[in-house]
Design a protein around this ligand. Structure first.
Ligand SMILES: NC(=O)c1ccc[n+]([C@@H]2O[C@H](COP(=O)([O-])OP(=O)(O)OC[C@H]3O[C@@H](n4cnc5c(N)ncnc54)[C@H](OP(=O)(O)O)[C@@H]3O)[C@@H](O)[C@H]2O)c1
Length: 239
């Protein structure tokens, strides 16, 4: 797919991996719309030349408002990137409202945006829908049960709609990042991929009309999982 001249919406495109994807798409000649909640990050994005829309995607109202704005723009590329983790430790008190908001952001929002925007995307000469999941969609870690469940759910959803959309000009891509150096992983030690490198692999998958972007170490995880799902799960559960 040619990026030049396309219109792209990157949810959560004001920070982290999403911002790096937005920058790369813009560099390659796309008009890029980003969204997020923090006004300072939205202002920085505007200063960089993006259209930046304030939207909280952890609720149905936020998603609907964003989709209304997006439908006026004739999108070619939708990147469902906004996502977050949430605490869920059965040995402690659990904030179920925070859990529900995270499930909505990570899983419901991409499902709603696909329902609202795919008709328009399908009508374009060439288009891409990218859902950002995680290596943890393949095998969960014990420390993030809700996060992993949302990403596994989004992976399953992505595969099913790809099948529904076969034969159309809309390419459905799943992007599976490894641990990437962003605000989301600030409290984690160990090696982390740079967000620019992760974004480059995702954008290459869009340009190459691929179905999956297995980024960095996720390639190895997929290989291990294909040989022995039990071994992959045993490794990842303690990750
Ligand atoms: N970092 C990793 O190691 C890693 C690994 C695998 C997968 N991923 C996935 O990659 C995606 C991006 O992660 P990241 O690490 O780049 O995250 P990040 O640096 O924390 O950035 C998250 C982006 O999403 C926006 N966002 C968060 N909550 C939102 C909400 N309720 N409504 C609208 N926008 C919201 C944030 O802006 P505001 O906070 O201002 O709204 C920000 O622009 C996520 O789906 C994540 O699950 C990340």
């Amino acid at each position: 797919m040619e990026i030049r001249g396309k219109v792209a919406l990157v949810t959560g495109g004001t920070d982290g991996i999403g911002l790096c994807i937005a920058r790369l798409l813009k560099e390659k000649g796309a008009t890029v719309i980003v969204c997020g909640r923090r006004t300072n990050l939205l202002a920085s994005a505007r200063a960089e030349g993006f259209e930046a829309i304030e939207a909280d995607l952890s609720s149905r109202e936020g998603v609907t408002a964003l989709a209304q704005t997006a439908t006026a723009r004739t999108l070619d590329i939708l990147i469902n990137n906004a996502g977050a983790g949430v605490d869920y430790d059965l040995a402690e008190a659990i904030d179920l409202d925070a859990v529900d908001r995270t499930i909505f952001l990570n899983l419901d929002a991409p499902i709603h945006l696909a329902a609202l925007l795919v008709p328009q995307l399908k009508a374009r000469p060439e288009a891409a829908l990218v859902n950002v999941t995680s290596g943890l969609a393949i095998a969960p870690r014990a420390g993030g049960p809700v996060y992993c469940a949302t990403k596994a759910g989004l992976r399953s959803f992505t595969k099913a709609i790809r099948f529904q959309l076969r034969g159309t000009r809309l390419n459905v891509i799943e992007a599976l990042p490894p641990v990437v150096e962003t605000a989301m992983t600030a409290s984690r030690s160990g090696s982390k991929m740079k967000p620019e490198q992760c974004a480059a692999e995702i954008v290459a998958a869009i340009e190459g009309n691929r179905q999956e972007a297995n980024v960095g170490m996720v390639k190895l995880l997929k290989l291990v999982h294909s040989i022995s799902p039990r071994l992959a799960e045993a490794i990842m559960i303690r990750f």
